[in-house]
Design a protein around this ligand. Structure first.
Ligand code: TYR
Length: 452
């Protein structure tokens, strides 16, 4: 049977951008930049983008395009002793799919609450207490106690992913991303357009962008920049490779990779301006210092920002807009994570797409219920920590070692160049074989040291 294909180049790029642009761009990047030198962080970040992000993206697109299959089969084609690495990548994706969806479910609930700011005055007590059921008297490690209020949004989030992966590349994934991505950019621009005129907002943005050049001599800052690039681009765990396996014969790989990476990093900067604008306004309205309001991750999205939304003009419009944006960013990434698993299984087991999507999404729904129990948040934090700080980076490193040192890297460069309008030089191979690998070793070593 002929392999499915993307309907258009725009469709492919939007899907790849949809995968890269996720919760991480909104709640991880702004804080990362702020913590690591503000405006000065953009120097290592740009460096990381050029020497690791774009080269890695070109590599994944090339592998997918050349071998036309998911990670296990592709890595087996490279070296038959390495099929396990493909499965390891599929497993990482599966695990991420199980918990990432839970955060989308929270965002769905909060988009609904946002119309009336149902979280009230004390958003901290609301999120942890009322919403997640982690009152003082409850045992937070109890995995048996299902939070029923989360079951419906969880099913909705899985339904979106199921719809897209069941319908397939052109009729599902591409269609969804063609709607969600433009909407996401417009929504964030609208939010910025309003926030930027509020008192204190420019101060907040200034906190983000003010460069502290002393930091750029710090290796930790460089590790943070490279770490953020690997995280944000969805490379090294089967995703971009699977998406690229559906590219038509004639595809400008190099150009597509540049566009995907640039749009993703551009979006991160927009998200930073939106978040720090809101934080600056909030600090001003509450007469606080920025250090008292700045945060990242779950705390930023579900505790700090709801309080900021309470203070905004027209909170019933701005609030839903923000949480819908978070939801769209999350869903388009979740679809790609699930597709990495679906493609991997389909290509290897010969199952049909509907069967694979149905099996994976049903198993996924059941497993994710673990994360909507009382101990769910604790478990989510733990799994997320190990997956992102160790497993994912380890997988990136092994993939680069395999292609860079055990395969003929120049063959891949030749493949990419043969179908691309502008060609990549030998710098590409240097970035893969030396720069990216060296940075991954440093970050991974550091993370393992901190974890144990
Ligand atoms: N790049 C996306 C994001 O930033 C997708 C992603 C999801 C990346 C989970 C890593 C990860 O662990 O959200």
């Amino acid at each position: 049977m002929k392999r499915e294909q993307w309907g258009s180049r725009t469709g492919f790029i939007l899907a790849a951008v949809g995968s890269a642009v996720g919760l991480g761009n909104i709640w991880r990047f702004p804080y990362m930049a702020y913590e690591n030198g503000g405006g000065a962080f953009f120097i290592p970040y740009l460096f990381a983008m050029l020497t690791a992000g774009i080269p890695f993206m070109i590599l994944e697109f090339t592998l997918g395009h050349k071998y036309r299959s998911g990670a296990p089969k592709t890595l087996r084609a490279l070296n038959n002793k390495f099929e396990w690495l493909g499965w390891f990548q599929v497993m990482i994706s599966a695990i991420i799919a199980f918990y990432y969806v839970v955060v989308i479910a929270w965002a769905i609930s909060f988009a609904y609450f946002a119309f009336t700011q149902a979280w009230g005055e004390d958003s901290n007590a609301f999120f942890f207490g009322e919403f997640l059921g982690l009152g003082d008297d409850s045992a937070p490690s109890n995995l048996g106690n299902l939070q029923w209020n989360l079951l419906f949004p969880l099913c909705l989030a899985w339904a979106a992913t199921y719809f897209a992966t069941y319908r397939g590349v052109k009729g599902g994934i591409e269609k969804v991303n063609k709607v969600l991505m433009p909407l996401l950019f417009v929504m964030v621009l609208l939010l910025i357009g309003r926030i930027i005129f509020l008192p204190g907002a420019l101060n907040g943005i200034n906190w983000l962008l003010e460069p502290d050049f002393s930091k750029i001599w710090d290796l930790k800052v460089w590790s943070a920049a490279y770490g953020q690039i690997f995280f944000t681009l969805s490379v090294g765990f089967a995703i971009m490779l699977s998406y690229a396996s559906y590219l038509p014969e004639k595809s400008d790989i190099n150009n597509n990779a540049f566009m995907t990476v640039l749009m993703n990093c551009g979006f991160s900067i927009l998200a930073g301006i939106m978040i720090f604008g809101a934080l600056g306004y909030m600090a001003n309205a509450q007469d606080k210092a920025l250090t008292d309001v700045v945060s990242s991750g779950v705390g930023l999205a579900f505790v700090t920002l709801p309080t900021a939304i309470n203070l905004l003009p027209a909170p019933g419009v701005m609030g839903p807009l923000f949480f819908l944006a978070l939801m769209f960013a999350g869903i388009s990434s979740h679809i790609s994570i699930a597709e990495a698993v679906t493609t991997g299984l389909m290509d290897k087991l010969g199952w049909s797409r509907p069967k694979t999507a149905t099996v994976f999404c049903s198993v996924g729904l059941v497993v994710s219920m673990m994360f909507i129990t009382q101990g769910g948040l604790l478990l989510l934090d733990l799994v997320d920590y190990f997956i992102n700080n160790i497993a994912l980076l380890g997988s990136c490193l092994l993939e680069l070692l395999l292609v860079g040192w055990l395969c003929r890297l120049q063959d891949f460069r030749a493949h990419a160049n043969s179908i691309s309008e502008f060609t990549i030089g030998n710098w590409w191979a240097v970035c893969i074989k030396f720069v990216s690998i060296a940075m991954l070793v440093v970050i991974l070593f550091n993370n393992i040291k901190t974890a144990f």
